[in-house]
Design a protein. Sequence first.
Length: 409
Amino acid sequence: MRPLEDYNPFDPEVAENPFEYYAALREQAPVYQTPMGFFMVSTYDHCVSAIRDPGVFSSRFTAAMAGGMGGAEKLEGGELDEIPMAPTDTLLTNDPPSHTRFRKLVNKAFSPRRVEKMDDYVSTIASNLIDGFAAQSTIDAVPELAVPLPLTVIADQLGVPRSDMADFKKWSDASVAPLGGIISHDEQIECARLVLDLQKYLRARARERRENATDDLLSDMVHASVDGESSLTDAEVVSIAQQFLVAGNETSTHLIAGALMFLLRDPEQAEKVRAQPELIPNAVEEALRCETPVQGMWRVSTCDTRLGDTDIPEGSFLMLRYASANRDPAVFPDPDRFDVERPNAREHLSFGRAIHFCPGASLARKEASVAIAQMLERFPRLSVTQDNDFRHHPSMLLRGLSRLELSLQ
Ligand code: HEM
């Protein structure tokens, strides 16, 4: 077991292989104050307790974010010509009652019923992508499938042209890169610049929709009223669209690549799923649990409080470490084992819980299930090549494979 004094979640090597530290944290200090000051919450029960108490553990942590949607104002004067739009707390970084108003607007967008009806549509996008590389002997599944599938879906749903997708990818990378905290100052400036471009782009598209409504989420948002009262401001529409684009994109990419990796690295598990395709949804849950594309989420305490045996002063930052909770042996026996038949795989915290539960969960599950089903069906000899190190993009917040080389034939 690793000594906790060595634990630095921002160290790229630790981010790549954090699991022994998680085990040590759960056992020795489930609510651990790191040398950086914030508290790392590592057990399942403590994460759930904090999530369920948004009055004490608030999601208004925007000021803590370095870059992306929240922290460009931290950059020194003159480093950016313009400051990105003032951060508007709508969903992820908001609390009730304001959060509840915005949340009602987005709940229906990707409800389980709506996503069920998208089956043919998602399947067609996936099979067109697969047609594009089916004749090759090997592919990198990240850029060939895991990136373009969710990107195409979210671009269509928001109502922006697929031809702008290359920009979308660039912008969404720039929005998440600073959140992981493992980038240089120059990279931070470049990211803030790109986020500004994204905001301007979304604001322009939203304004077009105010003039001419079309059948898409952007139009729905600009013409929606909150509680039958005021309509959303440009900044609110941009904030929500930005979260859909970023949250709905990178994370789903990481899930698809992670699910393929976990399955194909263990031929016995892959065989089970080939023999019983009805196991695919549970295999996706197990990949969500083991990979945990969003490793954790911030909260900030609104008063002096306690979590477990630990005193938490008002104004403290807490990192609810879903990746560690997902390997808590008190909930998931033999937690490091990837098991497509695990009976309670779906109890993972990878989509959070309660009021901030991911509104895109059904869509992400659908995309990953469709991708796995089609890849296994189209390529009976599908396997991972020897040329993989299975390393992830360096980030303390998101976990996603840099590449995944597959042999198709
Ligand atoms: C595998 C894919 C995904 C993962 C792992 C994921 C994970 C999460 C997590 C953990 C949260 C809650 C954070 C908290 O505890 O505060 C969240 C919230 C959110 N997600 Fe996802 N997400 C995924 C896909 C999507 C998709 C496809 C969309 C949109 C199309 C989306 C949009 C959002 C939004 C808007 C929120 C904020 C909700 C709120 O605060 O009320 N996500 N997601």
